[in-house]
Structures are given as C-alpha cells and as structure tokens.
Write a protein that binds this ligand. Structure first.
Ligand code: ATP
Ligand code: MG
Length: 367
C-alpha cells in the first residue's frame, strides 16, 4: 500500500481545461477527470469536500495515490486507454487526507470524448445508503402528515358534539352519581381535543418568518430545560458562533429543539438522579451536504446529544412516526412535530443512538 501523505506533484498544475468541466461541480457524486497516466485534470467540489483538500492541491497530482489500493485505478486507466473496455466499475477505499477514516466508494471509470481523458466517478456507499434512508423518511413523513391531518379533522368534528351533549345531559340530571359519568365524558373529550389540537398544530399555525439566530434558539431551550431540571443535569454548549442568521420561524424551531431536548431529559431520569446527566448542544456548519434529495452548499448542523440509555431498539426505526412512544404516558408526537417544523425549513432531523450516547442531528440549509 502506498503512503498518501506528502502528495507527489508530478507536473505543475495543468491550465484549466477545467472550465469545460465546471458543470460537474453541480453533482453530488465525487468526480475527477484524469489523464491516462492518472494525473488529475479536474476535481469537482464534492470530491474536494470528501478529500478535505482543495482542488488546486488535487489537480496535477496522481489520482491513484488517494486510494488505499492505487494499482486498481492505474490498471483501469491502462485498460481504458487501450480500449479494453468503455466503462469499468469496482469498489475500493478512498483515503481522505484530513478526515481520518477511509471512505468506501464505488468507482466508475469511463472514457470521455477526448482520447486521453477519463472520468472517474466515486459513489460513497455509506452516503448512498444514508441518502436512500433520508428520502424514505421524507416520503413517509409526508404521507403521515396527510393521514394525521385528515384523521384529526374527522375526530375533531364529532368531538365538539359529544362534549356539548354531555354538558346538556349534566344540566338535566340531579343525581351526583350520574353526573360523575358525564364528567368522565367531558374530561375525556377535553383530553382528546388537546391531542387533536397538537396533531393539527403544525398545519394550522401561521409560519412567522424572520431572521433566526440558532444560538438564541438553543439558549431559550436551555433555560426552559434547566428550569424544569434544575439539579443533576449539565448542559454543555459547543457553539460555532460564525453561523449566520437565516430566515425561518423562530418559535417553531424553539419548539422542535425543545421537543428533542425534552425527550433527552426524560430518558436521562436515572442519570439526573445520580447527578451524571449531560446534554450537549453543538452547532456546526456543514459544507456541500446532500439531504432531502437536494445538495446544499452550506447547512447548519445542530446536534443535541445526551448520555442516556439510548432509544429502545424496538422503536428505533419509527420514532419520527406519530403516536410511536417508548415512554409510559408519552403521546408519541414530540418528534413528529419537531420533524414537521424542521421540514418546513427544508431541513431534516436524524437520530443516531447507542446506549450512553444519543445524537439528534438537525440539518437546515443556510443561504
Ligand atoms: N434522547 C432520547 N433517548 C432515548 N429515547 C428517546 C430519546 N428521544 C426520543 N426517545 C424515544 O422516542 C420516543 C418518541 O419520542 P416523542 O417525543 O415523539 O414522543 P414521546 O416523548 O413519547 O411523547 P410526547 O413528546 O408527544 O409527549 C420516546 O417515547 C422515547 O422512547
Ligand atoms: Mg417527547
């Protein structure tokens, strides 16, 4: 295996025939245009991002040195050059310069219309799986929302009638014993009403758009959480204060983050009792990220991380679905609402959970 540090520049950087390839920057897949000797003529921005080094550094170097098995690419290019095949595919590891872990990629080497130029396309296999999962999540969420809205409306209408009738009935009867029954009807109708109101909340509430500072959102949630859990919980703030403000609905985002943080605190009950509970709010900027079927140049990443027992395996795949709860007395709406609010900002919430570390990541595109 060849060492990748200290990239060997074989030639000075080729003059940008690059302009021809500029449109490759729009792709979410990693693409390089290389000469038959493996020299990089153009690297698109997704590739720059994945390697963690600039295009100027990549271009003019031997592309094969970025792989843990450089000879496969060298052989592929030789084969393509001698017209043994038009397209060759294989899986290998891309050695990233700054980000440590190699990245498993599916490589496609194809000829171009130029005799000595080849396109090398890399599809990160994990990213592909994640993207598929996200797309599924979004489609499911949309279907869910539709279902919920219709169902909630159907419940809401007769509910008013039931409550009204119980009230009238109560006025007509004298027996205290019987009044207890009408009280049960009224009380349960009110409880259902609250549930239905929560189900309809994201669809009814007007979307108030203004400039949102994500750290103000986090600070609000932090103070609400600390007011409720004053002892035994440490809230750690790791803010990247360079994150710009963005247009959004502040109250909705506070509600979304609060729902996530609130779940964490509920899961942390034992750790809070032992005085060992920790909640981290971490903000970061993510560059060139793909989510929700789109690629964004810049996105905000907010992690809410707790050191609790983790999401139960039995509901892990379904926690964003309505009415899914792993908690005694939970209505299973907190995360559904949070996901809906974040999606209204064209964002997405993901969860990564193992016992001792649960990370809810909220992604929102930045301008
Ligand atoms: N940080 C976490 N750690 C462990 N489990 C979690 C965490 N966050 C969510 N969960 C699990 O996901 C379930 C769903 O959460 P969600 O907020 O949607 O509903 P809920 O908390 O049960 O009810 P509601 O929020 O509507 O009162 C929770 O019941 C809990 O089992
Ligand atoms: Mg909840």
């Amino acid at each position: 295996m060849r060492q990748n540090d200290g990239l060997t520049k074989l030639k000075p950087k080729p003059t940008p025939s690059a302009n021809r390839f500029q449109s490759l920057d729009l792709l979410a897949t990693l693409v390089a245009v290389v000469a038959s000797d493996g020299l990089v003529l153009f690297a698109n921005s997704a590739l720059e991002d994945a390697l963690g080094i600039s295009r100027r550094t990549i271009e003019g170097t031997d592309f094969s040195q970025f792989f843990t098995q450089p000879h496969i690419l060298q052989n592929a290019l030789q084969g393509a050059q001698s017209n043994e095949f038009a397209v060759l595919r294989y899986d290998t590891w891309l050695q990233r310069q700054t980000k440590g872990e190699p990245l498993l990629v599916h490589v496609v080497v194809a000829q171009t219309d130029q005799p000595a130029q080849f396109i090398v396309e890399l599809l990160p296999l994990e990213a592909q799986a994640r993207q598929d999962r996200e797309e599924r999540l979004i489609d499911q969420a949309q279907a869910n929302n539709e279902l919920i809205r219709n169902l909630a409306h159907e419940i809401k209408n007769p509910l008013g009638g039931i409550r009204g009738a119980a009230q009238l009935l109560e006025m007509e009867i004298d027996s205290r014993e019987l009044k207890e029954y009408t009280q049960v009807i009224i009380h349960e109708a009110d409880r259902l009403q609250t549930l239905v109101d929560r189900l309809l909340a994201p669809h009814r509430r007007p979307h108030v758009v203004g400039d949102v500072n994500i750290h103000e959102v986090c600070e609000r949630v932090r103070s609400l959480i600390l007011a409720e859990f004053p002892r035994g919980l440490k809230v750690v703030r790791e803010y990247d204060i360079s994150i710009p403000e963005f247009r959004g609905d502040r109250e909705q985002l506070i509600q979304a983050v609060l729902n996530i943080a609130h779940n964490a605190c509920q899961a942390l009950a034992e750790q809070i009792a032992a005085g060992e509970a920790q909640l981290v709010f971490r903000t970061r900027i993510a560059r060139q990220v793909t989510f929700g079927k789109q690629r964004y140049r810049l996105a905000l990443e907010l992690h809410v991380i707790d050191n609790g027992p983790g999401v139960p395996d039995s509901i892990k795949d379904r926690i964003f679905f309505p009415l899914v709860s792993g908690r005694e007395g939970g209505s299973g709406l907190g995360l559904t609402l949070a996901q809906t609010f974040v999606q209204q900002h064209h964002g997405l919430i993901e969860c990564d959970s193992v016992p001792g570390r649960t990370d809810f990541k909220m992604l929102i595109p930045l301008p």
